[in-house]
Design a protein around this ligand. Structure first.
Ligand code: DP6
Length: 317
């Protein structure tokens, strides 16, 4: 018995950073995201006589394998042994949300293999235990993840805001540097929470940012969405920069891209930057401006990808 699932990464437009419960992986703040096409993870889960995890054709590292298998143990205690095979068509661990598409695809394939007939909301809440941002990849287009208030986390999952067809935008991703990041998201969030003087303000202002982002998406107001998106990104990075020891994902190319985006706006193109836990810069713009944005970022980046709104995670029939 084996099942295969496909999921796409999502990029937060209003960011998730910080946890209110480490064990259940509950966020301190709500967030708003855009699911992307182009990049994807395909994962197969197959019942077997023993556990094994493969990334592409090769055995996964012990760290990767035990994170995936322990996650499956929390979902279905006493589960049967499985072979997991996963493959992504984009670099992992470089701030491109590989854990989002990875845990969304793993959750969906595993639930089907274990005969768990669950709603997308339940699957989303399950995937959150593996990696928070995964819970937003179950829907296409624009998705909100409510922080929720229940102690058991049952109200902390994604829900769709607007489908991919709602708005013809592009996310232009400038790859400034590849390779694994020095500080993982979970560690970075905890360090920010424990040591940054700005963390409290980050949490205090996040729900209003999500509310503004939602309104801007529904009104297809790019300037308004872009402004709150950049502000959310820079506030999030401010908590990292002011942590002890500080976390600085930015490279020289990162700053050059941010200036290029500001320059685009000065010359009349509505382009807005966001970043995650890594050096890459992702630029939101109208689909019709994507090539102009690509040309502006290309001199500062090793590669530039133009991605469009994508669909939600799904089982391969
Ligand atoms: C900066 O979902 O990778 O990309 O829940 O600890 O696995 P864990 O974190 P993860 O964090 C992503 C944080 C972010 C912003 C975002 O995607 O909202």
């Amino acid at each position: 018995m084996s099942r295969q699932a496909i999921a796409h990464p999502n990029i937060a437009l209003v960011k998730y950073w910080g946890k209110r419960d480490l064990e259940l992986n509950l966020p301190a703040v709500s967030s708003l995201s855009l699911t992307l096409d182009g990049f994807r993870t395909v994962t197969t889960v197959e019942r077997s006589s023993g556990d094994a995890v493969f990334v592409g054709p090769a055995r996964a590292s012990d760290r990767f394998a035990s994170r995936a298998l322990r996650f499956l143990d929390t979902l279905v205690p006493g589960r049967p042994p499985v072979v997991v095979k996963t493959e992504s068509n984009f670099p992992a661990g470089a701030g491109l949300a590989s854990s989002a598409s990875g845990f969304a695809a793993l959750t969906l394939a595993a639930a089907a293999t274990f005969d768990q007939d669950l709603s997308l909301q339940r699957l989303s809440a399950w995937s959150r235990r593996g990696s928070g941002s995964a819970c937003r990849s179950f829907w296409g287009g624009f998705v909100v993840w409510d922080r929720g208030t229940r102690a058991d986390g049952s109200d902390s999952h994604g829900h769709p805001l607007a489908p991919r067809e709602h708005w013809d935008v592009a996310m232009v991703v400038a790859i400034v540097a590849t390779g694994p990041k020095a500080v993982g998201s979970t560690e970075g969030m905890e360090r920010s929470r424990q040591t940054s003087a700005y963390y409290e303000q980050w949490v205090a202002t996040a729900e209003a940012d999500v509310a503004e982002g939602r309104e801007a998406v529904l009104a297809r107001d790019l300037d308004r969405l872009g402004a709150v998106m950049e502000s959310s990104t820079l506030k999030m990075h401010a908590t990292m920069h002011t942590a002890r020891p500080p976390i600085l994902y930015w490279q020289a190319g990162t700053v050059a891209c941010l200036h290029a985006v500001a320059g685009l706006r000065e010359s009349g193109t509505s382009a807005w930057a966001t970043m995650d836990a890594g050096p890459q810069v992702k630029v939101l713009c109208a689909a019709s401006d994507a090539e102009t944005v690509r040309d502006a970022l290309a001199p500062h980046a090793a590669a530039v990808h133009v991605l469009r709104p994508g669909s939600g995670a799904r089982l391969v029939p």
